[in-house]
Design a protein around this ligand. Sequence first.
Ligand SMILES: *Cc1c(COP(=O)(O)O)cnc(C)c1O
Length: 368
Amino acid sequence: MDDKIYVTKPSLPPIEEYIEQIKEIWEEAILTNMGPKHVAFENQLKKYLNVEDVSLFTNGHMALEMTLQAFELSGEIITTPFTFASTVHAIVRNGLTPVFCDINIENFTIDANKIEELITDKTSAILPVHVYGNICDVEKIQQIAKRHNLKVIYDAAHAFGVKLNGRDIGNFGDASMFSFHATKVFHTIEGGAITFSNKDIADKLYNLKNFGIKSPTNVEEVGANAKMNEFQAAMGICNLKYISESINKRERVYNRYLEHLRGISGIKVNEKKDNIISNYSYFPVTFNKEVFGSSRDEIVYELNKEEIYPRRYFYPLCSDFECYKAKYDSNKTPTAQWVSNNILTLPLYADLKLNIVDKICEIILKKK
Ligand SMILES: *Cc1c(COP(=O)(O)O)cnc(C)c1O
C-alpha cells in the first residue's frame, strides 16, 4: 500500500453496489445515449441540487463549453484568472475573449466591485467561479448583469451541494456548471452537469452534446459529442447515496485543520460563513512569508520530504499560462497574483486520517 498523501483521493461506493448497477446495464444492453441510468441519475440530481433543470455531460469542461455555445455569446466574457484552465479554455474555444477581473482577498472569488469597469460594448457575459466552493457575490453580480444585459454563467465545479442562505447554489445566474471528475467532492469517474431554468436552453444543450442532432434528418447545431455514458451515471447513482456521509467526514478533517491553523499570524485559512452550507471541498491556506516566517514554497518542500503532496492550486494564474501570457498582464490583477503566489491547498478527502492532519500541521508550524 502506497502511503503517500495526495491533495485528494476519490470516494468510492461499496463495490457490490456498483456491480449491481452494472448488471442492470448488461441486462438492458444500453451503454450510452441517454439510457435508463442517465435518466434516473438526472432526476436524482435535480432533487438533490434543488434546481429546475439539469443536463448531464461527459465532463464538466464540455458542459461549460457547450453552455457558452448554447447562450450564443459573443465578444468578451469577464472572468477570473484564479481558476482551473478549463474555465478560460471554454471561453477561448468558443471564439470568445476572456477579460480578467481581479479577485477579492476574503474568499478568492471574482471582485464584484471591479467588474463594471471592465464592461465594454463587446461584453456579453460574466463567468465567475465559486472557487473552493466559496460563493461569489451572487447578488451584486446579478445586479450588474441586469444593468448591462449580460448573461451570468457560474463555474460551480467546486460547489456541489453548497447553499447560501438556504438556497441551493445551482439556482444563481443563468446557468451553473458542476464537475463530477474523480477528484471532486462528488464524482461520476468523469462527468459534469449544467443547472439552469431557461427552458430554451434545455433542448439546445441536449442536442449540442449529441452532435447537434435534433432528429434523424435534422441537424440544427454544430454540436459535438459530450454525452454522459451509463457507467458514469451508474457511479453517480451509487455515490449520491453517500454524499452526506462523505461531506460530514470532510467537515471533520476541515475542523481539525482549523484547530491547528486558525489564529496563527501570517497564515490565513478559508473560514466558512454562518449563512453557507459548505461541502468542505478544499482547505486552501495562504502564507504571508514576512509575517509567518516561511514561504508557501518552503512549506511545499518540507511536506514533500515527508511524502505529502499538497497542491499549489491555482498557480500559475491562467493569464500567465504559456498559451495566454502574451495577451495579458497579471500585474493588472494584483490580488489574484499575490494569492496565486502564496496559496497552498492542503490534502482533504473523506477518508483522510486525523492523525495525518495533525502531522501536516506539525510540519507547517515547525516552519514558523
Ligand atoms: C474540475 C474543474 C473544471 C473542469 O471539470 P472537468 O469535469 O474536469 O472537465 C472546471 N473548472 C474548475 C474550477 C474545476 O476545478
